[in-house]
Design a protein around this ligand. Structure first.
Ligand SMILES: [Zn+2]
Length: 96
């Protein structure tokens, strides 16, 4: 249990800031939060799997002669996502 001398207070490890500093005074009192190796492995496996499935999808679309339509739909979806991200980040900067 991390103890902050400046604040005379115990903190639970999860209530600390992510870099292990005290939420009140910012003093280093705990270990920085690390991403566990099995989480990175899971992300890598997910990316590889989804990439393989996307490749299969492109091959299938090419076999059926609709690859251009698929790419056009993906471009539209990407543009829509880009607009949404732009809007939400602009709203966030106005608040913060
Ligand atoms: Zn403190």
């Amino acid at each position: 249990m991390p103890w902050c001398e400046d604040c005379s207070k115990f903190w639970t490890p999860t209530s600390l800031n992510r870099d292990g500093t005290c939420p009140t005074c910012g003093r280093q009192i705990g270990e920085p939060a690390k991403v566990p190796w099995h989480f990175k492995l899971l992300v890598l496996a997910t990316v590889l799997y989804l990439g393989f499935r996307a490749y299969q999808g492109f091959v299938l679309a090419q076999e059926h002669g609709v690859l251009l339509y698929v790419l056009a739909a993906l471009a539209v979806a990407a543009a829509g996502a880009w607009v949404l991200v732009r809007r939400s980040s602009r709203r966030g900067s106005r608040l913060g």
